[in-house]
Design a protein around this ligand. Sequence first.
Ligand code: HEC
Length: 178
Amino acid sequence: MAISARQQGASDHATYRPERGAIVALSPALDPATRAEFDAWGPGKYDPRHHAFDGTNLLSLNRRSLPIVLPPIYGLKGVGFETFSADGPISYWNAYVGVGQMGGQGPFHDPRIDLFITQTPDLVTPKLPALLDYQLSLRTPEPSKGSFDRQAANRGKRLFRNQAGCATCHQGRTSRTC
Ligand code: HEC
């Protein structure tokens, strides 16, 4: 899947919406019911908790599929508990995807979802710090011209900072911390 054509770290909104589920559903290894679930995901979506891969087998996790639009991973420097599902920090999710979704060779253990994958030697964990540094270096890009109403945004900014009092809690560079 080429990521060079778009802003690295961006979510799958307007411009880049590959049908991941439909592509996986083409696999002859899947039974018809599983194929139908993948097929139902729709453009730009992915269900990261539908299944995991332990290096040999596809393990079933959530059996009602809940596909989501992939969230952006830029602009997260300074944000605590930064994965949108709040399952854990970025490196938790990197390990989960690297091992459990992409088949990387390493460990992933999470009793909350009853998932225990162990593959040795561990080629994933030593790479997590550098991957995190890279992800935290991704800055939120300026929105493209004409993609929003600047006057309305300025009115909202004044509301946020003044009358509505949002900025009494939401402060700092990302406006996301308390
Ligand atoms: C008293 C402190 C406080 C005030 C005032 C406040 N917020 Fe929040 N806001 C929070 C906290 C804490 C969270 C995180 C809640 C969570 O993640 O469960 C939050 C979360 C949010 C989120 C979700 C952000 C994300 O990335 O998921 C949005 C959007 C938001 N607030 C908007 C507003 C707006 C708009 C106002 C003003 C009308 C406002 N907040 C006023 C404390 C506040």
